[in-house]
Structure formats: structure tokens, C-alpha cells
Design a protein around this ligand. Structure first.
Ligand code: PMP
Length: 371
């Protein structure tokens, strides 16, 4: 029997994903290294048990309670005396922010439309565009991985993209967008006869350094702005698969058209709601991770390496003539990091103090041997 040929543009393509290897020090997918406490585990387990008793029924398709809890969570960081705050109708969620962004591309991209970003950036973006049959335009970042805002505006005016994808902080470089960038890019994407949406992907938003505001604050000013977040990183809940965005309610309504019915299981909804009740605790190690990040940047620079400034829970460093050899040598010493980003660079996620010590010892050994 012969199978029908796979779509032309998918032929020969390997599925995306970092190696999942069973090594003792895993610093490769930007997870939070601190697992939930017994109290959080107990609350999640109890909530899931309650949901389990109803699993013969489909879950709440509109995940009303979860949308309200996520809106509440976002409003904690906003001055709600100055504006109305974010309402549940302005919040959408899916199985990870990857799914959230694919849904945005399905609703606002499509054949004859384009999505745009600036490289180096998150390698899933062109895949969302491909899977939603959307054209892909990519500009370049500067050598320090910042955006040249004038060039970015020019590129947007030239291509009139329907969707602009901008991570802040960026993966794999850790670079956050300055506050004025979001306004400028939203204005550039919206003009008289054409309005594109600007998705600021804040997957790592909670790790920003002091003084870098969240784009959530700009939502009342820009109706074409979407701020995407996830519970996978700072929130220490990667295994639950819960991403979300805040935007104008019309944008949520457009995404509701393309989502599959009941895409968020009752178990996922119960888990996320229980986790949100423990937000301060789950986010409790963020400051420790930020300090460890800054310390790691300093240490890598002391080794004579080039290191990108980082607002995230990972650090991009290099450059190595043969980065694969360095990655492999670290793995042989039991430390898994990520071979990603521009040629010659490697990315390490911030782990526990013990894990960072193992990373530093291993990298020192590898660099010493290569001298
Ligand atoms: N955006 C960025 C920039 C990321 O790095 C990631 C995960 N690596 C995601 C989105 C997706 O995360 P999740 O689907 O777990 O929410």
C-alpha cells in the first residue's frame, strides 16, 4: 500500500524538538528547575480528582473560570485604578503558548497573508507560519541582538504583515524590547487601509530586569496588540501545557472560530486553576533565578566569552569554532545545554545552584582541554 505524499513543503522535515536525554543536569529547554511543593501538589491532585469525577462529560468549552483567574492574575501587575483592567473576555488560553500562537496564525494569517519576525529568534515561528500556510518574512537583528527600530518599521511598512511576532525577551538571545518599541511597531502595523496584529511573546516576561515594563500595560492604547504568556517558564508548570494571551476581545472572538471544540481538557483547566491559586509560591524562585542568571552572565564573561545581555532565564554565549563539539563534550560530562542560535553560540538555561556549579565545572574543563 502506498500512502498519499506528505504536503510538498513538509517533505524531509524533521519534527521540531530539543533532544530529551536522561542526564543529571538538564539545562536545555528553559524550564524552571524548582518543582511544586507538597502543598501545591496536594491542591492540584485534589482539583484533578474533582474534575476526574466528571470526565464522562466534555469540559467547559469557554473555560470561563480559568479565563477569569488569568485576567485576575494579569491585573495584579496593572494599575487598575487608572484603567478598567483586563476582563475575562480579553483573555484566551490553549495547550501552551505554542498552540496559542498557532491559533492566532490560523485566524489572522493564511494563504496570501504574511507573518514577520526578526532573526535570530524562536525557531518555532516559521513553523507556525508554515503550518498555517502563511508567508514568512524575516528581518535581522543587530549584532548585539537588539532591534533597529527604524529598520523594523521600514520592513513592516514594506511588507504589511498580517501578524508580527516579537518575543520579549527574545529566545535564544534573551533580549527584551524597550518600552517605546511596542508602541512604534503597533503603529507601524496598523495604518489606514491595513491593520496587522503585533504579538509580543512574553513567554519569559517574568524574568525581565528592573525597569523593563510588560507590554500588558500597553493594551489599552493599542487595539492590534496581543500579549502572549505561558505558565511553562517562570510559573514552573511546563508539564501542564497552559499558555494564554491578553488582547482586545474581538481578537479572542476571532481565535474562538478556529480553535477545536474543548481544546482545553477538564484536567488541564483544573490543574491551571489550582496552580494560579498558588501563584506567589510558584513564582517564588524567580528572583533567585534572575540573580543566578546575572551571575552566570558575569562568570561567562570572566572566562573571556562573548555573552548576550539577558532578561530571561537563559544565557546565550560563545563563540566557538565548533559549537557542536563543545555541546557534545558537556553532554559527555552529564550537562545538557542547547545548540541553538547563530553559528558558534550555545544557550544554557538557569538551573539550581548545584546545576550551575556542574555546568561551570564542565565548561571550564572543556575549555581547558581545547586550549
Ligand atoms: N515562546 C517562546 C519565545 C519560547 O521560547 C517558548 C518555549 N520554548 C514558547 C513560546 C512556547 O512555550 P509553551 O508552549 O510551553 O508555552
Amino acid at each position: 500500500m502506498t500512502f498519499p505524499p506528505i504536503r510538498e513543503e513538509l517533505r524531509g522535515i524533521e519534527p521540531y524538538g530539543a533532544p530529551q536525554l536522561d542526564v543529571s543536569v538538564q539545562l536545555n529547554v528553559n524550564e524552571n528547575p524548582y518543582g511544586p511543593s507538597p502543598a501545591v501538589v496536594a491542591d492540584i491532585a485534589e482539583s484533578v480528582a474533582t474534575a476526574a469525577a466528571t470526565l464522562n462529560r466534555y469540559p467547559d468549552r469557554e473555560f470561563t473560570d480559568l479565563r477569569a483567574a488569568l485576567a485576575d492574575y494579569l491585573n495584579r501587575d496593572l494599575d487598575t485604578s487608572a484603567s478598567q483592567g483586563i476582563t475575562p473576555e480579553q483573555v484566551w488560553a490553549a495547550n501552551g503558548s505554542n498552540e496559542v500562537m498557532l491559533q492566532l496564525l490560523q485566524a489572522f494569517g493564511g494563504p496570501g497573508r504574511t507573518a514577520l519576525s526578526f532573526a535570530p529568534t524562536y525557531s518555532m515561528y516559521p513553523e507556525y507560519a508554515r503550518d498555517a500556510m502563511t508567508g514568512w518574512v524575516v528581518g535581522r537583528r543587530e549584532s548585539d541582538f537588539s532591534l533597529d527600530l527604524d529598520a523594523a518599521r521600514e520592513l513592516i511598512l514594506e511588507h504589511r504583515p498580517h501578524v508580527v511576532l516579537l518575543p520579549s525577551p527574545n529566545n535564544p538571545t534573551g533580549t527584551a524590547l524597550p518600552p517605546e518599541a511596542v508602541s512604534m511597531l503597533c503603529e507601524a502595523a496598523a495604518n489606514d487601509e491595513h491593520c496587522g496584529i503585533v504579538v509580543v511573546d512574553e513567554a519569559y516576561g517574568e524574568f525581565r530586569r528592573e525597569g523593563t515594563p510588560s507590554a500588558v500595560e500597553m493594551l489599552p492604547k493599542h487595539r492590534n496588540l496581543v500579549v502572549s504568556r505561558t505558565m511553562s517558564k517562570a510559573f514552573a508548570l511546563a508539564g501542564a501545557r497552559l499558555g494564554y494571551f491578553a488582547a482586545a476581545s474581538e481578537i479572542c472572538d476571532a481565535v474562538r472560530v478556529v480553535r477545536l471544540p474543548y481544546h482545553l481538557s477538564a484536567v488541564t483547566q483544573a490543574t491551571a486553576l489550582a496552580a494560579l491559586r498558588h501563584a506567589p509560591e510558584l513564582l517564588g524562585r524567580v528572583d533567585d533565578l534572575r540573580r543566578a542568571r546575572d551571575e552566570t552572565v558575569g562568570w561567562l564573561r570572566d572566562q573571556g566569552l562573548e555573552v548576550a545581555d539577558s532578561d530571561a532565564n537563559f544565557v546565550l554565549f560563545g563563540t566557538f569554532e565548533d559549537r557542536h563539539a563543545v555541546w557534545q563534550a558537556l553532554l559527555d560530562l552529564g550537562v545538557l545545554i542547547r545548540e541553538t542560535g547563530p553559528d558558534g553560540w550555545l544557550r544554557v538555561s538557569i538551573g539550581t545552584p548545584e546545576e550551575m556549579k556542574s555546568f561551570k565545572n564542565a565548561l571550564s574543563e572543556v575549555m581547558e582541554e581545547s586550549k
